[in-house]
Design a protein around this ligand. Structure first.
Ligand code: FE2
Length: 533
């Protein structure tokens, strides 16, 4: 089968159908087609002699048989070519658009009590990992600007001060959005915290990560394009119930989808904040911004991009010397996470480009072996949805990612799942025709996980045939788990939402790109070689 696959390169199903159609055409214009068919002996009277009829019938039958053989072989070859890439899952979900949960859903419930803090969320607050930013919204008045926190099983009580911001968006005015950076925490320690002091108090907890080190195990959840539909609720529930127990979420953009509503109804930003609180109040979500965070609407007097997102979700960008909250980096346990903004200027000489160019060489792989990039738009995507949209990003940054041995690039945007082989396409320069990505064990694996379950529904249609660089793809909603075991190995799993359950539909071991063994390096090959081997 593999040799057939190799032979079939350059031949596709349509070309074979074309060949069959030409043969049929030639038959129809022959004397068989014009005068008689062998299965119609009554027309013998129109034929010259019985012997000539017999002769031509034999020839026609042979030609028919040849046609059958050609067609069958053609179909096999076409199938072989389709299969020469990775695996396209046979599992098919309903592609109907998902419906947002109604405003009076229990998951959006406003906590009881006057001016009670709501939409509580935390994220990493610094570069090293021993700081958090605690954020919440009070709807009626500013309320207390204090957070009370203490290490678990400790009599110590510490108060930290927050600041608050508000914003207007068209005819919407936000509540009082509090942000409280808490610094100099102990690593690997559980802390309790209380917000809303003086009004209605609410208590939560979080655990700081272990101090960075090369063999520190750590588990990340991966969620993207979540939205606030019934499917979104399933995805979040499945992540919470996953026994792998994600310790922090790498969020690959597109949060609330409030911009789906007239005038970008920002009430849907509030509902999303209340919906996700049940997880993000207890473990940090590391934010990257997607296109649904842009909220650029000059026609209603809102020309400033990212206004709701940047007011509501703060990031520790200054700690990594970034000049924008949309791109930054953090260290967390054995991982170094670089957040890239697909929807900010990214070309050569832009602030983001200069920052990334300086950031990548900084990473000490002996301290944080796992170099992870998260961004919204994928650089490798074989779905029809958003096809080639990430090409500018690929052209600009792939060389840097390969050069610095980025381990894995997580993206969203496409509402489906796809995992690539470790690939590099940096030889291509638009004139040398070397435009087939090559498998390279020192290059990143690209994973698209924009399958949280938002109101726009699934991206069902895939480009065919499946490209050789694409290892696995499936159009289902779900979430992912990245379990870093030590400096050399991490385990990746993707879980689809299936009839109320979560099912492990794709998993693989990832070997570290920097600490890759020489045996693994020796298996580097082009995707074409992989297809024919
Ligand atoms: Fe998107």
């Amino acid at each position: 089968m593999t040799s057939l696959a190799s032979w079939s390169e350059g031949i596709n199903l349509w070309a074979l159908l074309e060949i069959c159609s030409l043969i049929l055409k030639s038959i129809s214009t022959s004397k068989f087609g014009k005068i008689i068919h062998c299965d119609d002996r009554n027309k013998l009277t129109t034929y010259k002699t019985l012997s000539t009829w017999n002769l031509d019938c034999k020839a026609e039958k042979k030609m028919r048989w040849d046609l059958v053989v050609i067609s069958v072989v053609g179909l096999i070859l076409s199938f072989a070519e389709i299969s020469s890439g990775g695996l396209t899952s046979s599992y098919v979900r309903n592609d109907e658009a998902s419906e947002d949960m109604p405003l009076d859903s229990d998951v959006f419930a406003v906590p009881p009590g006057y001016n009670a803090p709501q939409q509580v969320h935390i994220t990493q607050g610094d570069y090293e990992g021993n700081s958090v930013i605690i954020s919440w919204v009070t709807p009626d008045e500013p309320g207390s600007d204090e957070v009370l926190y203490w290490p678990d099983n400790s009599g110590l009580r510490i108060i930290a001060k927050s600041f608050h911001v508000r914003y207007k968006y068209y005819n919407y005015t936000s509540g009082y959005i509090h942000h409280c950076p808490i610094k100099n925490l102990e690593f690997d320690t559980k802390y309790n915290y209380v917000v809303g002091i003086g009004n209605t108090t609410r208590q939560f907890w979080f655990t700081t990560p272990p101090k960075s080190g090369p063999d520190v195990p750590y588990t990340f959840g991966l969620i993207g394009d979540l939205g606030q539909t019934y499917d979104s609720n399933r995805t979040l529930t499945h992540y919470e119930r996953n026994p792998a127990k994600g310790q922090a979420v790498l969020y690959v953009g597109d949060l609330s989808y409030a911009d789906h509503y007239p005038f970008h109804n920002n009430i849907r930003w509030d509902t999303w904040g209340r919906f996700t609180e049940r997880n993000v109040a207890y473990q940090p979500w590391i934010w990257s911004a997607g296109n649904h965070e842009i909220d650029w609407a000059p026609e209603i007097g809102e020309p400033k991009p990212f206004k709701p997102f940047t007011h509501r979700y703060h990031t520790p960008y200054e700690a990594s010397n970034s000049t924008s909250p949309l791109w930054y980096s953090i260290k967390r346990a054995s991982a170094y996470v670089i957040v890239v903004s697909t929807y900010s200027a990214l070309g050569t000489y832009t602030p983001q480009y200069f920052w990334i160019e300086r950031e990548l060489p900084k990473v000490d792989r002996n301290e944080t072996p796992w170099l992870i990039v998260i961004m919204h738009g994928p650089m490798y995507n074989s779905y029809e949805s958003h096809y080639m949209e990430g090409e500018n990003m690929r052209v600009q940054y792939e060389k840097l990612f390969v050069q610095h041995n980025v381990d894995v690039v997580f993206s969203g945007h496409v509402h489906a799942y796809e995992r690539s082989e470790p690939v590099s396409n940096i030889e291509y320069n638009i004139t040398n025709k070397k435009c087939s990505p090559k498998i390279d064990q020192t290059a990143p694996v690209y994973i698209t996980i924009g399958d949280g379950g938002n109101i726009e529904g699934l991206s069902i249609n895939m480009t065919e045939p499946q490209p050789n660089y694409s290892a696995f793809r499936e159009a289902s909603f779900g979430h992912g788990i990245l379990e870093i075991k030590n400096r050399t190995h991490a385990h990746w799993s993707w879980y689809r939402n299936q009839d109320g359950y979560f099912v492990n539909a794709d998993s693989t071991w990832l070997s570290n790109r920097y600490h890759v063994s020489s045996e693994e390096l020796s298996v580097s090959e082009s995707c074409d070689e992989k297809a024919s081997s």
